[in-house]
Design a protein around this ligand. Structure first.
Ligand SMILES: [Zn+2]
Length: 447
């Protein structure tokens, strides 16, 4: 009962955030290209916090003399801190709802139902990748080859779990944002976000070291302030940092969330030795990732859990959502289920769903010997399974004898008909597994 009260309070809090952001006009203003940086009532989430992100509000000290527990220098992922700061800007204390259920996808039953199998259709997400350069076009944060390599790595890492990404690259000349100062994120995104409701936006700049994304339950997720900010050096290296940040955007917490990002030993803490049921509602809400610290070490952290007194065992140090990225190689089934479930709940706008092909061009008709008519058209679609050719005959003022005279394979652009004598008209349609395109315009011939 206590937990439910917390959940309700937190959901109310999130609704309040959504309302505040809507009032501030920062959601759903696709296409706006204002260079004006917000200086009004809405506090900038990151003005005060980016520079001090290394301080973790809920962290327990993890560094010991062996060095075995040293996190990656600089705490390279700022997603959680940014999220907490955003809540704080709107008067919400993250710790009050630290293990609240934030949507249907947080229910382990729904998560499990969404775990993909080999029969699950692949979800393909659209990325819009913004690479910043100096005003004169020099010093790009990444080359096109770097972008290609980074997305290739991303797709390789997600392939097992039926998730893929397609992308466009936008090179932007802006010395102002090429090195992103702590108070300029809002203005950069407001100026350059590209259809954030239909594409996951990725900004590649020099952040000084940090990388972050927005969770799907963050009201910013699909708005102008959503997306991923990548530090250029991390992006160019095509390391798992991009994989990690995309994981946040698709609904994943850190594997160490229940240990270092909640009040220590409180009701939301995920102690070593918890049950699977408890692991599904605390921490990263995935009971197949054991409790761990934010150690950057490729192995179990040294020492013991200060709350249970148990040693850290079988920790998910090889998971993409931890900090030991040099050995990260996997997501777990529960994580995959969360990403698919959160996508279904909140992120379908980013999906590149199969569609019917584009319509072919108006056919050209040529009389051939022997009463034949050659019908040719432009193939305007890369994804058709074939074409249908339709013919009608003129009778007085009417067109009659409507017939599909041919069903042809992909990439076909002509058909020879033998209609006999009379006045005829022809049109063409492309089709694939989703359905048929619009019909082309009619073309008419007297034969
Ligand atoms: Zn992270």
């Amino acid at each position: 009962m206590k937990q439910q009260t917390k959940s309700l309070r937190f959901v109310v809090g999130l609704l309040a955030i959504a309302g505040l952001l809507a009032m501030a006009g920062v959601r759903g203003v696709a296409g706006e290209r204002s260079e004006v940086v917000s200086a009004g009532a809405k506090p900038d989430c990151c003005t005060a916090t980016l520079a001090s992100m290394a301080g973790q509000p809920f962290a327990i000290a993890q560094i010991d003399s062996s060095g075995k527990n040293s996190p990656t220098p600089g705490e390279w992922c700022w997603t959680f801190q940014r999220y907490v700061a955003n809540l704080k800007d709107h008067g919400i204390n993250y710790a009050d709802g630290a293990c609240a259920e934030l949507g249907p996808a947080d229910d382990p039953v729904n998560r499990d139902a969404a775990i993909p199998t080999l029969d699950t259709p692949i979800k393909t997400y659209r990325l819009s990748i913004h690479v910043f350069r100096e005003n004169d076009g020099s010093n790009p944060a990444a080359s096109q080859a770097d972008v290609d390599a980074a997305v290739a790595r991303l797709n390789a890492d997600y392939a097992t779990w039926r998730i893929q990404f397609i992308y466009e690259t936008n090179f932007i000349n802006s010395t102002r944002y090429r090195t992103l100062r702590s108070n300029e994120e809002t203005g950069m995104k407001r100026a350059y976000a590209n259809s954030p409701g239909t594409k996951l936006n990725v900004y590649v700049v020099n952040t000084g070291g940090g990388n972050w994304g927005t969770f799907p339950w963050d009201p910013d997720s699909l708005g102008l302030q959503g997306g991923i900010v990548m530090h250029d050096a991390a992006f160019v290296a095509a390391r798992a940092v991009f994989t990690h940040e995309a994981g946040h955007c698709l609904g994943l917490w850190h594997t160490f969330h229940g240990v270092t990002e909640v009040p220590q030993c409180g009701v939301c803490y995920e102690p070593v030795g918890r049950t699977a049921e408890e692991g599904d509602v605390t921490g990263d809400r995935c009971s197949d990732t054991n409790p761990t610290t934010n150690s950057g070490f490729c192995g179990d952290p040294a020492g013991t859990d200060p709350c249970s007194g148990n040693p850290w065992v079988s920790t998910p140090f090889n998971n993409y959502m931890g900090y030991a990225l040099s050995c990260a190689v996997e997501f777990t089934p529960h994580q995959a289920g969360r990403m698919h479930a959160w996508t279904t709940d909140n992120l379908t706008g980013w999906l590149n769903l199969p569609a019917a092909p584009a319509a072919p061009g108006k056919p050209t008709l040529t009389r051939l010997s022997g009463g034949q008519v050659l019908v040719t058209w432009a193939d305007n679609s890369p994804d058709e399974d074939g074409f249908r050719v339709q013919r009608e005959k003129k009778s007085g003022p009417n067109w009659i004898n409507t017939l599909i005279i041919a069903t042809l394979g992909a990439n076909t652009t002509s058909y020879t008909d033998a209609p006999g004598s009379g006045t005829f008209r022809y049109r063409v349609q492309a089709f694939n597994g989703v359905g048929g395109s619009a019909w082309s315009a009619w073309a008419q011939i007297k034969n």
